[in-house]
Write a protein that binds this ligand. Structure first.
Ligand code: USQ
Length: 393
């Protein structure tokens, strides 16, 4: 298939490009380096520098023999999006081209404005480019499990049958996002659902949980082909952060009670899921939704696993409870369905002790690059600095 990856420079974007090109697809990636710029501007650079997209494509071709085409441009600009679609005429479009951080979206008015305009603007342009240049293409859109929030009922896979006053119908499962970033993903889903109904687009919306890890089949043992590993509070996801904190001797930053539970998955499984979605497209006029995660953990569970792995590797890992800078439930029911991708053939990678140790060892090779000042600055959901009250456990 001809696959166009929008946001191909990101944490999952670049690994997806390698994975799909290794599987024999013709891959073009597009990106405007937004994430790199925001990391620089906010002094939240990743654990090690990564090559530019053009360099990555050259390294990947030398390593594997597979080519990835690279285009640099801002997809919020209609002329850039239109030219890209006209050139590539994709069978599949993977849309990752969004500002990906919840904390970034909560820093101030300007960061919120950028998140809202970029995320919705790109989604809107993708929809119109599909109609104009690739009406039969399949759009695989990265959403987030955070669209649902943490309701006190089981979370279904995208849709719910509701019976009301003796009649019933099928609706999108109710959404209640926990940050402006997550809210843009809810709005994306609504936009897509409208245009699926209006124009018969073919769409898969992937509700993905937090991803961890670096090594995939394609880049194992090739650090220059690794993705960004962010450990800062803004762009780092929690398990990646905890592993870096453990290696740095920085007590693990558990926010609030630590009972916040989410559905997690290894990078390798995120790639499997995307490939399964690409290779078994949704039907025309269908908005197909998958909940994309493998296992649920609370923040406390993750801290415990990192502490145990640290002990095996001779690290003394402390845990510190910090006043929660976010607005979220710290103890709650959480039981989301996630059978769709398993039915398509996903082979999950559980977070075993062995897997934890393997990831920690990779992180340990970069110990000297860790900048502890980046780990916690207290980006608050309410705009006020978090009050004192950290507690070591
Ligand atoms: N957390 C801590 N300590 C930390 C960092 C995070 O206790 O040092 C807690 C957070 O409060 C939250 C949980 O860990 O309850 C997950 O936080 P996260 O930063 O790993 O994930 P989140 O901000 O929700 O966002 C990440 C990705 C985002 C993706 C989302 C999936 O950055 O792109 O959409 O995971 S989900 O969480 O399912 O919405």
């Amino acid at each position: 298939m001809r696959v166009l990856i929008l946001g191909g420079d990101g944490y999952i974007g670049w690994p997806t490009a390698m994975h799909l090109s290794a599987a024999g697809h013709e891959v073009t990636v597009a990106d405007n380096y937004l994430r790199r710029r925001l990391m620089l501007q906010t002094d939240n650079e990743a654990l090690f520098p990564v090559p530019t997209l053009d360099e990555r494509a050259r390294l990947w071709e030398a390593h594997s023999g597979h080519r990835v085409e690279v285009r640099i441009g801002d997809l919020q600009d209609w002329s850039v999006m239109a030219a890209l679609f006209e050139e590539v005429r994709p069978d599949t479009v993977i849309h990752y081209a969004e500002q990906p951080s919840a904390p970034y979206s909560m820093i101030d008015r300007a960061s919120a404005d950028l998140t809202l305009k970029n995320n919705l603007g790109v989604t809107f342009n993708v929809i119109h480019a599909m109609r104009e240049f690739a009406p039969d293409a399949h759009l695989v859109k990265l959403g987030t499990m955070g669209e649902y929030g943490t309701p006190n009922i089981d979370i279904e896979e995208g849709w719910i049958e509701i019976e009301h006053k003796g009649r019933s119908d099928r609706f999108l499962f109710p959404r209640a996002a926990g940050s402006l970033y997550h809210t843009t993903k809810v709005l994306d889903t609504d936009l897509l659902w409208f245009y699926v109904r209006a124009w018969g687009l073919r769409v898969t919306d992937l509700m993905q949980g937090p991803v961890y890890g670096l090594e995939t089949e394609e880049n194992a043992g090739e650090p220059r082909l690794y993705s960004f590993l962010n450990y800062d509070e803004v762009f780092g996801t929690v398990l990646n952060r905890f592993m870096v904190q453990a290696v740095a001797g920085y007590p693990l930053t558990v926010y609030g009670k630590g009972g916040q539970t989410r559905g997690y998955l290894h990078m390798r499984d995120a790639l499997q899921c995307v490939r399964l979605a690409v290779e078994t497209p949704a039907a025309g006029g269908e908005l197909r939704v998958f909940n994309q995660f493998v296992e649920t953990f609370s923040v406390n569970d993750l801290a415990e696993r990192v502490r145990a792995s640290g002990a095996r590797l001779g690290l003394d890992v402390g845990v510190r409870t910090l006043p929660n800078p976010r607005k979220e439930m710290e103890e709650h029911y959480y039981n989301p369905a996630h059978t769709g991708l398993l039915e398509l053939g996903l082979h999950p990678t559980p977070l075993t002790g062995e897997e934890m140790d393997r990831m920690m060892k990779v992180v340990r090779t970069y110990r000297d690059r860790i900048e502890p000042d980046r780990i916690f600055r207290g980006v608050s959901w309410t705009g006020s600095a978090p009050s004192a009250g950290a507690e070591d456990r």
